[in-house]
Design a protein. Sequence first.
Length: 169
Amino acid sequence: MDNTIHSQAYIFLATIYGGIIIGFLYDLYRIFRYFFKPKKIAAFFEDLIFWIIISLIAVFVLIFSNWGELRAYEFLGFLCGAFLYHKLLSKIVITILVKVVKIIIKIFKYLFNTILYPFKIIANILYKPYQKSCKKVRNRYVKLKRKAKLPIRIFSDIKKYTRNIIFKK
């Protein structure tokens, strides 16, 4: 590759664009972590996937801009792009994306509740008879349990009284 100022400026601007893309993906990742709040192991794998994606983007930018040759100004370009994105666009993009995600969540909740509404009505209709039958069954169960324990109680009482009679002086 030729090392003219024109080609180096193109490579530098491409790496700045790559840094802006990386900054945008980082904001997406932050929003994702904000809404889903992953546990430690899930966060580890999410971080790993995030860094793999960032590395792939950096490699693709370097391959398409200068056939993968590494220069110090390319790293500077990535840093400048990420810094510019963070200072100029990050707050705007985050507020817009958070609002969009909240609207999408509201839409999904509405659709979910609309789909579940007939099932809730059926459950409410069937709940009263279910509750009454459970009460009747519970009462009969308690009575049956008490009657089932009767032979055990009789046997333990007989055992206790025979012991008292035998060992009485």
